[in-house]
Design a protein around this ligand. Structure first.
Ligand code: ATP
Length: 266
């Protein structure tokens, strides 16, 4: 089953009153005597989809941890809609590992985030089943995640994160371990379900094509200790199709991002 889509609506436009603005100012982080973030300033608008790229080890995951509220910066602030991030549970964070539990069914895994926030089990599973249907995963509700392909696992993990209904979604290389074809499918899927998510999204990726295909804006971190080195607005209209990859504009932007990364983007 295909997810419900509001075709014709620009993907960048979030549902009113839902998505939040996230602003990081002067964020500095050192770990074990190593300076990782050296004053990062980043504003993500309500409903915007930002891709975060940078050289390997630059500090992308570290920044995402700070944006989630799970890690405190040594200096600087993160504000959501003008208020300091008070509790990490205001934001959905999907780390690199999908974290699906093999002894729970797909449905029980999808419901796990809700149950962890205190939603009664039956209610959580009803909501999870509804989401599985909307995201085309209902046929897999009763099976163990071990029976799923990598791509399906990523969908379930993303759905579990999204089901929390948070208005900010932070995704750390959600498709990093997948083969190229499966990644392509999942990018298309993520574009399709974006309307359903109605969230402000920050996606960490190593993949310049992925950043350009999905995001409204690409933010490039410098080498460690990282700052924001550059920002590139992605001009393609939504809904996007794979066809944009063959355009001269796509090639130009890709070349620019790779040169900003010093050739380390792929
Ligand atoms: N506790 C720590 N002590 C020392 N160094 C750390 C610690 N945590 C992270 N680092 C270092 O900080 C740097 C940034 O790590 P981080 O995972 O945020 O980078 P990244 O840009 O997400 O990396 P990658 O692109 O490889 O996923 C890395 O070089 C890492 O080794």
């Amino acid at each position: 089953m295909k997810p419900k889509l509001q075709t014709g609506e620009r993907h960048g436009a979030a549902k009113p009153g839902r998505a939040s603005k996230l602003v990081a100012s002067g964020v500095r982080v050192s770990r074990g005597g190593v300076e990782i973030l050296a004053g990062v300033d980043l504003a993500v608008e309500s409903g915007e989809f930002v891709a975060l790229i940078g050289p390997s080890g630059a500090g992308k995951s570290t920044l995402l941890g700070v944006l989630s509220g799970l890690d405190a910066p040594d200096a600087g602030t993160v504000e959501k809609d003008g208020e300091p991030l008070a509790r990490p549970d205001l934001i959905s964070y999907m780390p690199q590992s999908d974290g699906l539990l093999p002894w729970r069914s797909v449905l029980a895994n999808a419901a796990l985030g809700l149950e962890a926030t205190g939603v009664p089990r039956r209610q959580a599973r009803t909501a999870a089943l509804e989401a599985l249907k909307r995201f085309g995963l209902a046929d897999f509700a009763g099976v163990s995640p071990t029976a799923l392909s990598g791509g399906m696992r990523s969908r379930v993990a993303l759905l579990r994160t999204a089901l929390l209904g948070r208005d900010v979604l932070l995704l750390d290389e959600p498709f990093g371990a997948l083969d190229a074809l499966t990644r392509r499918d999942l990018r298309t899927w993520l574009l399709e379900v974006r309307e359903e998510l109605a969230a402000t999204i920050v996606l960490v990726t190593h993949d310049v094509d992925e950043a350009l295909l999905l995001a409204d804006r690409v933010v490039v971190l410098s080498r460690r200790p990282a700052r924001v080195a550059a920002e590139v607005r992605v001009p393609f209209e939504s809904p996007r199709s794979g066809g944009i990859e063959t355009t001269a504009e796509f090639a130009r932007l890709k070349g620019r991002l790779i040169s900003l990364l010093g050739g380390e983007g792929q």
